[in-house]
Design a binder for this molecule. Structure first.
Ligand code: SIN
Length: 284
């Protein structure tokens, strides 16, 4: 049976039924899913009874595993991490600011897969901001100021020992296995206006979570342009709100989207397993 793809009716996102992810998929089905993923940017597969082997097999249809430098994998797995929050946890919600996963790497991941295991009855939506739409709608003068520029990406604000998830956070009783490290101080430069390696679409690449400066600008100019860019890229009209269901797998494209977690489920547990789809070479 061919996958049935129903667009969300929002700017991006689609729900996919007619596939059983607990079994290997035929190459033509994988090709259909890849093309739906590149078109809709977030795919949601409801009602999937899958385990971590299935999650890993699914991930590898779309690229190699990416590297997750600052979150320990779950016991017995090299490539699965847990996004977890206890019902009584008081540490700030993990990943609540806009980001593209691991954009501070030399070759940032193509995508991310996230499988909902324990899903609260309210709250905990994941938001996505379409960066092709954000670029296309950007006023010409502001776009011209970003075009041809490189952004400096770093994990320091989040994962250095002094960062958001550093030593103080670890003392706050967070249930996620985060590893802070001085390696987070490293920087990488990526074009701000970037071509998607598979679709060729232009989009904005970078986010408040990981971009620290714009290469070649003085501090004041860099700060002013960054703040205009960050305010623009997550405007309501570019955002898709994803509501979770238990046993739902989603996959998203980090080259096209920013995303962020939300709260609103105080007193309830939330647990999801995540894998990272590594970088995929540009189409020739
Ligand atoms: C993430 O950024 O992977 C977490 C998203 C979420 O918890 O909704």
């Amino acid at each position: 049976m061919a996958p049935v793809v129903e667009p969300s009716g929002q700017l991006c996102g689609a729900r996919v039924t007619g596939v059983d992810l607990s079994r290997p998929l035929a190459p033509e089905v994988v090709a259909q899913l890849r093309s739906a993923w590149l078109e809709h940017l977030v795919l949601a597969f409801p009602d999937q009874s899958i385990d971590d082997d299935d999650l890993e097999r699914f991930t590898l249809y779309f690229g190699p595993f990416g590297e997750d430098p600052y979150i320990k994998p779950i016991p017995g797995r090299e490539h699965v991490i847990a996004i977890r929050r206890r019902a009584d946890e008081t540490a700030p919600i993990f990943a609540e600011s806009w980001h593209s996963d691991w954009s501070f790497q030399a070759n940032p991941p193509a995508g991310t897969c996230l499988f909902g295991i324990t899903i609260p009855t309210r709250g905990g939506d994941t938001l996505f901001a379409d960066q092709h739409a954000a670029l296309a709608a950007r006023p010409a003068e502001l776009r011209a100021r970003l075009e041809g520029r490189l952004a400096v990406h770093s994990a320091a604000v989040s994962y250095a020992p002094s960062g958001l998830y550093g030593t103080n956070d670890q003392q706050a009783g967070r249930s996620m296995d985060i590893i802070s490290s001085d390696a987070a101080q490293a920087t990488q430069r990526h074009p701000i206006v970037r071509r998607h390696p598979e679709t060729g679409r232009l989009g904005l690449f970078g986010c408040a979570g990981y971009v620290t400066a714009i290469d070649g600008l003085d501090d004041d100019e860099s700060r002013e342009l960054l703040s205009a860019w960050f305010r623009w890229q997550t405007r309501e009209e570019f955002v898709y709100r994803h509501a979770w269901e238990p046993n739902m797998l989603i996959m998203w494209d980090n080259r096209s989207l920013l995303h962020r977690a939300t709260g609103g489920y105080e007193g309830q547990e939330r647990l999801l397993h995540r894998t990272t789809i590594g970088s995929v070479p540009a189409a020739s």
